[in-house]
Ligand binder design. Structure first.
Ligand code: PLP
Length: 353
């Protein structure tokens, strides 16, 4: 090791799902939405002022913040936006998790949490999910430096009832609780309204999944005015212009088409429920998912072998070589046609065993 390397902030980075590019592929590995963004977004893209790109965007991201405030009937000062919810979450870790006690999150959860904790040198302690992949709320009642979990949880898809989230808040008046609602629009109940009651709650959402805009990178958070102000102070000390002009304009545009949004979400939910039935018939087991993915295992198949076999057919799903879940596959809900390709393969695969 060279001398200069002693002062390097060394980290183990997050590994995102692969982004292969084959014309015939069935891509069910990164929880993207199979449907395009709202049609108004395309119209807005064409109307966008090329000339304006020479100007910095509004540092307060007002256009998008105000559109979100109108949409959710909240005060603009209760909303923070960022470059995907990953940016919002990273900023929240940096801002709120500065205590000596460990931050608590589930052992099976979004694999970025321990990466940010590592990057920012935040002590943390994972709380094991129960065997059925539910979060045991009592595990979060002990002294801590903060609490964070997705709801529905990823990669399990399991939703925690709102009453349990409120119990966790009741037991954590002295630290910040972050609820990561990346998948909430697929049938879950949001904790958003609880920000009026708990000033230490931050609820994070994204345009990446339910609004089909992963490529634009738009995330946002709800909180009381004070907690949002703390986030903004950290953000403005880091980079004033995180949100680019196209994201602000196109994000605000997407919120206008409620009918399209409802329709796409409903389609994905219908496909999910149909896929659950078929997977169960093929012998797969899974916890009930309220998200746009299903986390499955099969008593007769090795998840890793199945993952490789699927990949050979250009059907991409997600496999995590991690304790407790190394015989599971996370399958994103695509279109009905995509799921039919997957199910046909699984049927053939089962027959050939
Ligand atoms: C996808 C995802 C995110 C991040 O999404 P962005 O594209 O950065 O908005 C955050 N949390 C969970 C649990 C996710 O699955």
């Amino acid at each position: 090791m060279e001398k200069w390397e002693e002062n390097v902030r060394r980290v183990t980075p997050y590994t995102p799902g692969e982004q292969p590019d084959f014309p015939d592929m069935v891509k069910l590995n990164t929880n993207e939405n199979p449907y395009p963004p709202a049609p108004g977004v395309l119209w807005r893209m064409r109307e966008m002022q090329y000339e304006n790109l020479r100007l910095y965007p509004a540092p307060g991201a007002d256009l998008l913040v105000n559109a979100l405030a109108d949409y959710y009937k909240m005060d603009p000062e209760q909303i923070f936006v960022g470059v995907g919810s990953d940016d919002v979450l990273a900023m929240a870790f940096l801002t709120f998790f500065n205590g000596k006690e460990p931050v608590l999150f589930p052992d099976i959860t979004y694999s970025f949490y321990d990466v940010w904790a590592g990057l920012f040198r935040i002590p943390y302690e994972c709380q094991p999910l129960l065997e059925d992949f539910t979060i045991r709320k009592e595990d979060y009642y002990k002294p801590n430096g903060g609490v964070v979990f997705p709801n529905p949880n990823a990669p399990t898809g399991v939703e925690m009832p709102l009453a349990d989230i409120e119990d966790i808040l009741q037991h954590n008046r002295d630290s910040v609780v972050i609820v990561d609602e990346a998948y909430i629009d697929f049938g879950g109940i949001s904790a958003r309204k609880l920000v009026e009651k708990y000033d230490n709650l931050l609820v994070v959402q994204t345009f990446s999944k339910s609004r089909s805009m992963a490529g634009l990178r738009i995330g946002y958070a709800f909180g009381c005015k004070k907690i949002i102000k703390y986030l903004q102070d950290a953000k403005y000390s880091f980079n004033s212009y995180t949100m680019n002009r196209p994201s602000l304009e196109l994000g605000a545009e997407a919120l206008k088409d409620e009918a399209y949004f409802r329709q796409t979400v409903e389609k994905i939910i219908a496909t999910r429920e149909r896929t659950k039935k078929r997977l169960a018939e093929l012998g797969f087991t899974f916890a009930d998912s309220k998200s746009n993915f299903i986390f499955v295992t099969h008593p007769d198949f090795s998840a890793r072998e199945l993952f490789e076999a699927l990949k050979k057919e250009h059907i991409y799903v997600r496999y995590f070589a991690k304790p407790r879940i190394d015989n599971y596959l996370r399958i994103t809900i695509g279109t009905d046609e995509q799921m039919d390709v997957l199910l046909a393969f699984l049927e053939k695969y089962r027959k050939e065993r």
